[in-house]
Write a protein that binds this ligand. Structure first.
Ligand SMILES: [Zn+2]
Length: 343
């Protein structure tokens, strides 16, 4: 089979490798759709060169091709979706809703586990990890279903941890795919107003389509000023920080009201932050973290299947497996918001 590998900075390539075989508790999924994640761009921009390389990708869905021993509830031919980490979904941590902390779980592409950007994927902890999809493999819903592997659930996680609900004022920072999904998730939960802070008019336009009531194209202090104007001078009840830079974290503190919540789901590029006396005196809650997507998929699936939300609109380019290296270039160069892979 063929699968994507990264061997160094900006060096991703489709390589031949042995077909995966499932061990006990595992299944092999024939990939029907996959995607490039913003977080795939971190190793793409910075991974030191290696001879062996590493498989890439953690967003995929496909058809069960082969099942190992001790696999119940899944059979050959099932269309299944994987969250971006695998987990047993039975232990204390999984039952607590933090499947990303499962001691039997882990990340695709690490420790000998396949990546999602290949013709087939060997899935550990398959019965706990995979979610069956009640649609045919050529369903027009695949792009939106794909977003449940990571990006839409990540936006949803930002909204849920920030206690977004009916009538809550929200400021979303970042017009990447996660930020736009956070807008849609906040809208789905009844937030109003929803202010989207971004820099690219073509992306914020999709944000408006997803339910943003106001667009702020300014950043930094000027952007903070605009958010305050739009929220009666108070600041937003909830700020969803979907970028991960020190600058956007600082902007979040400026845009949130006293007593409000900042939720961070952007991969942080910083290790320290403004969490001292000022935050204590303002009663600001700082929350967020890695998204336990498996915890959310079941509750969101019906809205996608019944067409109430269409998060798949974040995909603005579709490539085959051979086009994946070009897809990385396009996303890294910001010519593409998010790339869908249909083999
Ligand atoms: Zn677990």
């Amino acid at each position: 089979m063929r699968a994507l590998k990264i061997v160094g900075v900006r060096q991703v390539a489709v390589r031949e490798r042995l077909d995966p075989r499932p061990a006990a508790g595992e299944v092999v999924v024939q990939m029907k759709a996959a995607a490039i994640c913003g977080s795939d761009l971190h190793p793409y921009r910075s991974m030191p060169a290696t001879n062996q390389g590493r498989p890439m990708g953690h967003e995929f869905l496909g058809i069960v091709e082969d099942t190992g021993a001790q696999v119940t509830g899944l059979k050959r031919g099932d269309l299944v979706l994987s969250p971006f980490t695998y987990a047993d979904n039975t232990c204390f941590w999984c039952r607590s809703g933090v499947q990303t902390s499962c001691p039997h779980g882990g990340r695709y592409g690490f420790g000998g586990v396949d990546g999602g950007q290949g013709e087939a994927v060997r899935v550990p902890q398959a019965p706990g990890t995979l979610v069956k999809l009640p649609v045919p493999a050529d369903s027009a819903l695949l792009p939106s279903l794909m977003t449940l592997t990571d990006v839409f659930c990540t936006g949803h996680h930002a909204a849920v941890t920030a206690q977004v609900g009916s009538g809550v004022s929200v400021a979303v920072i970042g017009d990447g795919a996660v930020g736009l999904c956070a807008v849609l998730a906040a809208r789905r939960l009844g937030a109003e107003p929803i202010i989207l802070m971004g820099r690219h008019a073509d992306r914020t336009e999709l944000g408006a389509g997803f339910g943003a009531t106001d667009i702020v194209l300014a950043s930094g202090e000027e952007g903070v000023e605009e958010v305050r104007k739009l929220t009666g001078g108070h600041g937003a009840d909830a700020v969803l920080e979907c970028v991960g830079s020190m600058q956007t974290l600082t902007t979040s503190f400026g845009a949130v009201r006293d007593g409000g919540v900042i939720s961070r789901v952007g991969v942080p590029s910083y290790t320290d932050g403004p969490i001292g006396m000022d935050m204590i005196m303002r009663n600001i809650t700082l929350t967020g973290g890695v998204d336990p997507a498996r915890h959310y998929i079941g509750g969101i699936l019906a809205d996608v299947l019944e067409g109430r939300i269409e998060p798949g609109r974040v995909f603005d380019r579709t490539v085959g497996l051979d086009g994946v290296p070009d897809g990385y270039r396009a996303m890294a160069g910001r010519q593409s918001l998010k790339v869908l892979i249909i083999p």
